[in-house]
Ligand binder design. Sequence first.
Ligand code: NAP
Ligand code: 8YV
Length: 329
Amino acid sequence: MTELSAITILVPGKLHPRSVSRIGEAFRLVRLDKIDPTLITDELKQTVRGVAASPSLGDNSVSAAFMQALPKLEIVANFGVGYDGVDAAHAGKHGVMVTNTPDVLTEEVADTAIGLLINTVRELPRAEAWLRHGRWAKDGNYPLSRLTLRGRKAGIFGMGRIGLAIAQRLEAFGMTVAYHNRRRVEGLAYEYHETLAGLAGAVDTLISVAPGTASTQKAVNAAVLKALGPNGVFVNIGRGSTVDQDALIAALANGTIAAAGLDVFADEPNVPQALLDLPNATLLPHVGSASVHTRDGMADLVVDNLISWFGEGRALAPVPETVNVKAKS
Ligand code: NAP
Ligand code: 8YV
């Protein structure tokens, strides 16, 4: 097996500094300004065997074209559990391993989801702004929140690792939990719904933590929001692509649902003015996993995947599309 220090790992665009520094210590590190196939030189074509990246969608994705431009590529180590920024189907078909960062962020993201839910229902960011703007002293108490968590029934769209951690927290709050996945989770006692619209109709609090894929694209649409109803609260901690954002803005504006808490958006970091203007929308800049502790854990797992792949011939966290890809001996 080749010494790790002789293996070239390309880091295109920004990546967590801890990943960059550990890759530099273990491998031969090369950097590119951005994830752009036109920037790949002949030297990179001949040498790059691994890519570590924190991609997003469109021009900043690890696309089929980017991977094709690197004929010696064996592995793409993605920073994040969601890997919608990597064309994993293409990778799987062409013998390239893709890894992600599951588990190390599960509890942090579930905590954020609960914080976002409470902020949305009890209007805590608006209450704090009331105090900070001197209105408590000038105008008196902040108005009572229209909504409460008491008596609510939650529906989770995407009952996976993070969905389950959210469900366990909701139970501790005295809330009933139901869910929708494509498949029922074996041995899980929560009420299962075969369709998302069916779930939305059965609950008043819908929490999306589904991945961004072709099958979840705009799944939370006008019909789902209508089914959620006028007392309904929608929280999205998964991916912006799973929601028809225009339909959501309309539903919040015309009272089809009561409120929404969003950590993710259709075209990050751009958030439409119409959403910013809505008093019943609570908005966060994609901070689900954003603590030093958890981002360090993700950064380490990116590098540990590379070390295990090139050192032991196996990835620690292969994504399902590439689970059968074998390391070159
Ligand atoms: P996971 O364990 O793979 O769970 C995903 C769940 O979604 C699975 O239970 C899956 O069940 C379900 N699902 C997938 N496609 C579906 C579809 N078309 N219809 C219905 N259900 C579907 O993943 P995780 O670790 O919990 O992470 C979930 C997602 O959270 C990530 O992919 C990422 O996009 C997002 N995330 C966001 C943040 C943030 O900062 N806001 C942080 C971390 C993760 P079936 O396969 O049975 O359908
Ligand atoms: C990160 C995430 O913010 O893991 C994910 O899927 O959405 C977040 O933890 C993101 O991946 C880093 O850019």
